[in-house]
Write a protein that binds this ligand. Structure first.
Ligand code: SAH
Ligand code: DHB
Ligand code: MG
Length: 220
C-alpha cells in the first residue's frame, strides 16, 4: 500500500461519487492562485461531511477553520432552506478569498464568516440558537478547547466532526514532542472521558494522505 495508490483510488472514487463542479473547482483555483495551502478536505471527504450534516438534518452548522471555504461550500449545500453556516477564520486574507468563493457559488446569504481567533469568536455564539452540526478544522493545538465549545453550543442529537485526528499515525505516539499532535492526544483523552457523546474515530487514506476524522454524537 503506497500513497500513490491511495491517491489513484481517491481519484477513482471522486470521479464517481464527488465529481468536480465549476463552483468547487473555482474555489480551489482561487485558493491556489492566492498561495493558500492545499489542505482543504478532499472531494469525497467534503461529501462525507455534507452527508453527515444532512443525516442529522442540520439547519445550523458551525465550522471552525474556513481557509478558502471549500468544506464550507459542501456544508452549505447540505442545508435545508433558510439554513445557515457560521464559519470561523483567523486569517482575514483567507476570509476574503472564502467570501468571494461563496459569492461566486451563490451562497453568500447562507454563509457567515466571522474573522478572528476562534477562542474569541466562539463565546458570543452562546447567545445564539444551538448548532446541529459542528466541523472542527482549525489549528490543532486548540482542538480540545474547540471541542469543549462545540459541546456548549450544541444539543442532544447534534453531531461534532473533527478533522486531522490521526496525522500519519502520530496520534498514537505517546512520546511525540509536537504541540499539534499533543493537542489531538488531549482531545482524544477528552473524548474517552466524555459521557455526553457517543464517539469514534475513523482512519482515512487518500489524496490527503493518512489521517482521520473523529465523530461525536451529542447524546446528553
Ligand atoms: N476547513 C477547510 C480547511 C481549513 S484549514 C477546508 O477543508 O476547506 C485551517 C484554517 O484554520 C486555516 O485557514 C487557518 O487560518 C485557520 N485557523 C488557524 N488558527 C485559527 C484560529 N485560532 N482561529 C480560527 N481559525 C484558525
Ligand atoms: C493541516 C491542516 C488541516 O486542517 C489539514 O486538513 C491538513 C493539514 C496543516 O496545518 O498542516
Ligand atoms: Mg483539516
Amino acid at each position: 500500500m503506497t500513497e500513490s495508490l491511495w491517491t489513484e483510488v481517491d481519484r477513482y472514487i471522486d470521479e464517481r461519487v464527488a465529481p468536480p463542479d465549476p463552483v468547487l473547482t473555482a474555489a480551489l483555483d482561487a485558493a491556489n492562485a492566492a498561495g493558500l495551502p492545499a489542505i482543504s478536505v478532499s472531494p469525497s471527504q467534503g461529501k462525507l461531511i455534507a452527508i453527515l450534516a444532512r443525516s442529522v438534518k442540520a439547519s445550523r452548522v458551525l465550522e471552525i477553520g474556513t481557509l478558502a471555504g471549500y468544506s464550507t461550500i459542501w456544508l452549505a449545500r447540505a442545508l435545508p432552506r433558510r439554513g445557515r453556516v457560521v464559519t470561523l477564520e483567523y486569517d482575514p486574507k483567507h476570509a476574503d478569498i472564502a467570501r468571494s468563493n461563496f459569492a461566486r457559488a451563490g451562497l453568500s446569504d447562507s454563509i457567515e464568516v466571522r474573522v478572528g481567533a476562534a477562542l474569541d469568536t466562539l463565546p458570543p455564539l452562546a447567545k445564539e440558537p444551538p448548532f446541529d452540526f459542528v466541523f472542527i478544522d482549525a489549528d490543532k493545538v486548540n482542538t480540545p478547547e474547540y471541542f469543549k465549545w462545540a459541546l456548549r453550543l450544541t444539543h442532544p442529537g447534534s453531531l461534532i466532526v473533527v478533522d486531522n485526528v490521526v496525522r500519519d499515525g502520530r496520534v498514537a505516539d505517546e512520546t511525540i514532542d509536537d504541540d499539534n499532535v499533543r493537542g489531538m492526544q488531549r482531545f482524544m483523552d477528552m473524548l474517552a472521558n466524555e459521557p455526553r457523546v457517543l464517539a469514534t474515530v475513523v482512519q482515512t487514506v487518500g489524496a490527503k494522505g493518512y489521517d482521520g476524522f473523529a465523530l461525536a454524537l451529542v447524546t446528553a
